[in-house]
Design a protein around this ligand. Structure first.
Ligand SMILES: NC(=O)c1ccc[n+]([C@@H]2O[C@H](COP(=O)([O-])OP(=O)(O)OC[C@H]3O[C@@H](n4cnc5c(N)ncnc54)[C@H](OP(=O)(O)O)[C@@H]3O)[C@@H](O)[C@H]2O)c1
Length: 271
């Protein structure tokens, strides 16, 4: 049995589908009561409250762990005590490039490395699916607003992260490895808006926000240090943050999927 935290999310949802399609038995964890896909065991649990994990890992041998909650040690202890042997952590590129800002994923990485479990760490950069933030304005007015319109980053398809996670959970040879996960090429926010327009068959007008406008908007759903770190990556990325990583292709044996491909598959959300 494989347990998937964040099972309602962009990565976790696709991971549950991939694992069940591969014939694995799956426990899907989420905070809400949810109707799981057929054949999937659902457990309602909050990583912020490790006592809610009691029984969640019974019969589980591998765990896909999200960075959530304040006590990674307690989560990993609960997993190990229940007999879990392998953990795949969905961390973040920032844990490597800006560990003093991305303290939360960095702390989870440290706990996972010291857990005594067989571990693999995934460090994705920004997701293609962050473009869902444009869904409402694209539907209403065919506009997309973002700061730093001409700065490129190698964003990644969450479906590729899910496929890498599925591989690391099911197959041997990934223990003790930290993978940097990116898409196939740098794209700028302006180019991503244009790709959405191409998928829709109608132009999407790009609106360049000031740093302050973006900051105000992001503070509505992110804590301040993460907002500052995210703005720094979007506006002044380091060489490491702009590097296209070979890891997805090495693990999956095919190139990662482009933003245009993601836009084509998810165009219904913007129509
Ligand atoms: N988006 C990016 O650019 C990016 C880049 C690098 C790394 N990441 C990492 O990737 C993770 C997943 O991203 P995503 O796009 O798949 O996010 P998402 O679609 O928003 O999904 C987040 C998931 O986290 C679960 N969750 C949140 N807090 C939880 C808690 N306390 N206990 C249990 N579950 C909790 C939510 O489940 P319920 O609400 O159903 O419980 C949801 O399934 C992010 O959390 C972040 O750490 C994201």
């Amino acid at each position: 049995m494989i347990a998937v935290t964040g099972a309602t999310g962009n990565v976790g949802g696709q991971l549950v589908s991939l694992l069940t399609a591969a014939g694995e038995r799956v426990t899907a964890l989420s905070r809400q009561t949810a109707e799981p896909p057929q054949g999937v065991r659902h457990v309602q649990a909050d990583l912020d409250d490790p006592t809610s994990l009691k029984g969640a890992f019974d019969g589980v041998r591998a765990l896909f762990l999200l960075v959530a909650g304040e006590d990674p040690q307690a989560i990993l202890d609960a997993a190990r005590d229940a007999g879990v042997r392998r953990v795949v952590l969905l961390s973040s590129q920032g844990a490597g490039t800006r560990p003093h800002v991305y303290r939360h994923p960095a702390a989870f990485e440290e706990a996972v490395r010291g857990s005594g479990l067989e571990w693999t760490i995934l460090r994705p950069g920004g997701f293609h699916s962050n473009a869902y933030a444009w869904a409402e304005s694209v539907r209403a007015a065919r506009t997309a607003a973002a700061p730093f319109g001409d700065i490129g980053l190698p964003t990644i398809d969450p479906a590729d992260i899910a496929e890498v996670a599925s591989t690391a959970l099911r197959e041997d040879g990934h223990a003790g490895r930290t993978y940097e996960l990116t898409g196939p090429a740098l794209t700028t926010p302006r180019e991503r808006a244009a790709a959405l327009g191409a998928a829709l068959g109608e132009p999407v007008r790009f609106i360049e926000q000031t740093r302050q406008e973006a900051r105000t908007q992001m503070l509505r759903f992110m804590p301040e240090p993460v907002v500052e770190g995210t703005l720094a990556i979007l506006g002044e990325p380091t060489d490491a943050e702009q590097k296209v990583s070979p890891d997805v292709e090495r693990i999956l044996g095919r190139a990662p999927r482009s933003f245009a491909d993601w836009a084509g598959r998810n165009v219904a959300a913007f129509a």
